[in-house]
Structures are given as C-alpha cells and as structure tokens.
Design a protein. Structure first.
Length: 94
C-alpha cells in the first residue's frame, strides 16, 4: 500500500488519504511526497507508530532541504524513531 502526502509548503496545504480525490493545484515551490506505508508504520519499542502527523511535521520543518536531503532525513528520522525494533516493511519515498 502506498500513501501520498502533498504539502504545498507556501500555502500550508496538506492533503492525505481520502482527500486525495480532490484536485489540489500544485505550483512552483510545492513539494509532492509519495511514500510506502513503511514510513508512517515504523514502530518503536513502545509500539508507537511514527505516523503521518510526525511525518507532516518533519516535512514542514525540512522544507528548505533538497529532494535527496529530504528523503534521507525522512528515512533516517523514521529509523531513529524505531530504534532497535526490526523494520517490518519497506521504506520507499519518491
């Protein structure tokens, strides 16, 4: 299963899940992130999920990064969150 999160950083628009059925104008400076469910479903030792809210906050905080830096930041942050818990799913971002 893939997730998608569109963050129009300049306008502060975040679209996810069922909302993806609506049309959202994307302009220069916006960031489109498509990810596998392994990112928000990364689980730590307390059985807490990384979650879409944490992912959204990370994206908004990291908007100054290049695409490569943003992907690296998301993956490393999700893995750090999970700590020593084994990765149960792929972590893919485009």
């Amino acid at each position: 299963m893939c997730g998608a999160l569109i963050v129009a950083l300049a306008a502060g628009v975040v679209v996810r899940g069922a909302e993806m059925l609506r049309i959202v104008p994307i302009t220069t400076g916006d960031t489109v992130v498509v990810y596998s469910d392994g990112i928000p479903e990364a689980m730590n030792q307390e059985k807490a999920l990384f979650g879409e809210e944490r992912l959204t906050e990370l994206l908004l905080k990291s908007q100054h990064l290049s695409a490569v830096e943003l992907i690296d930041t998301i993956i490393s942050t999700a893995k750090a969150f999970a700590g020593r818990m084994p990765q149960s799913d792929d972590m893919t971002i485009i």
